[in-house]
Design a protein around this ligand. Structure first.
Ligand code: NAD
Length: 386
């Protein structure tokens, strides 16, 4: 059996799904790893580094797709023609954007592949080593602070010099999940004064343990955390009130990093146009929630804009801007996933396994993931039908 790695086709994507160091882990499972020539170059992994670890190189995408039984991707094939070239029965693993891109999911189903969307991994202890959302959020959280530093017209740390004292920059982080906590830690290391807020009460202790101040907002958040550990959707009135209460914090900050997301729903708008207008000229907002619309009313997903003197970065897939480490982490996640999927050199589609069942997106020409079927209106939920 062959695991194939194609070069990524999404615009600006620099990561690669498998890196050389995971090749031996996979070959030990009794499979061959074949990499499309040049697939790892943008992430700092030229072909010979794969060969040294026992992988083979395919000259081009057609050769690779023709021979691979499993195809490891970072991003969904999307609008390129790769999905049309998949063979019935081939297995595809990656970030397939199951709840975002209807057309891409339908084309995967049409092509007859058995696809696994890693965004759908259940957040159970056994799946932690496969958790691509966490690993990529870690990188994005770090990079958001560095990106803001590059754009900001001030420095982060306090400096007492012969030329006078420079006061530290103030950073506000909204949403203290995986990305937010990493942003807080990075901003603290660079010497800024950090405040953060999250609706999940459990996050306070984590924020404070990183040396940041937890913002006090008069909001009732006892029910904000669902049984799965994620934030629940709290309603427009709540978000409006939160936005009003945060406006002063926003205007007092030089950098605002927003990561507040609600799984399966549009990101809440927490920073209004008025709040942006209250910021000092030269301030920066990095909106990591842009992928699901953004936490700032003015965010334009995928774009950087400047308005009222404030730079607003509507970044999507920021981890791709640190492609080497992001790929290493992603590849280890994928290798752990494949190790669970492959048994005795073959794919074992064991639907009793919560991880395999939870991530299975398409099979035998159908979209099978329940959450995706409900979103696309292919199935009614139990509460609707009962
Ligand atoms: P996420 O990307 O869905 O959301 C980011 C953060 O935004 C979350 O902390 C959320 O509470 C917060 N948020 C949502 N609405 C908000 C609002 N209105 N105002 C302020 N903040 C808001 O979540 P994530 O970062 O992937 O993880 C969320 C939680 O799940 C964390 O506690 C994390 O440690 C946990 N987690 C558990 C596992 C596991 O058990 N395997 C894996 C990963 C993450």
């Amino acid at each position: 059996m062959i695991i194939g790695v194609t070069a990524e086709s999404a615009l600006g994507e620099q990561r690669v799904a498998l890196v050389p160091s995971v090749v031996p882990t996979l070959t030990k499972l009794g499979v061959d790893v074949v990499v499309q020539s040049g697939a790892g170059v943008a992430a700092g992994f030229p072909d010979d580094t794969y060969i040294e670890q026992g992988a083979l190189i395919a000259a081009n995408r057609d050769d690779l797709l023709g021979s691979a039984d499993i195809i490891a991707r970072v991003r969904a094939p999307g609008s390129d023609s790769t999905a049309d070239q998949f063979r019935t029965g081939q297995v595809v693993v990656g970030l397939l954007d199951p709840l975002g891109s209807t057309e891409a999911v339908q084309s995967l189903a049409r092509s007859g592949v058995t696809s696994f969307a890693l965004e759908l991994l259940p957040r159970i202890t056994r799946a932690q080593s496969m958790d691509v959302l966490s690993s990529q959020a870690t990188v994005a959280g770090y990079k958001s602070v560095i990106k803001a530093a590059n754009m900001l017209n001030r420095m982060y740390p306090l400096m007492m010099t012969a030329a006078g004292t420079i006061t530290p920059a103030h950073v506000l982080v909204v949403g203290a999940g995986v990305a937010g906590l990493q942003a807080i830690a990075t901003a603290r290391r660079l010497g800024s004064v950090v405040q953060a807020y999250d609706v999940r009460p459990a996050s306070r202790e984590q924020v404070e343990s990183l040396g940041a101040r937890f913002a006090e907002l008069e909001l009732e958040t006892a029910d904000a955390e669902g049984a799965d550990g994620y934030a629940e959707a709290l309603g427009d009135d709540f978000y409006r009130k939160q936005g009003e209460l945060m406006a002063k914090l926003v205007s007092d900050s030089d950098v605002v990093i927003t990561t507040a997301a609600v799984p399966g729903a549009k990101a809440p708008i927490l920073i209004s146009t008025d709040a942006v207008r209250g910021m000092r000229p030269g301030s920066v907002i990095i909106d990591l929630a842009a992928e699901t619309g953004g936490n700032c009313e003015l965010t334009s997903p995928g774009e950087t804009i400047e308005t009222y003197g404030v730079t607003i970065v509507g970044t999507v897939q920021l981890a791709t801007e640190v492609p080497h480490d992001a790929s290493q982490m992603y590849a280890r996640n994928v290798a752990a996933f494949l190790t669970n999927l492959i048994d005795d050199g073959r794919v074992n589609l064991n639907l009793e396994d919560e991880i395999i069942r939870g991530t299975l997106l398409t099979h035998d020409g159908e979209i099978v993931a329940e959450r995706v079927r409900v979103t696309l209106g292919l199935t009614t939920t139990e509460s609707e039908s009962g």
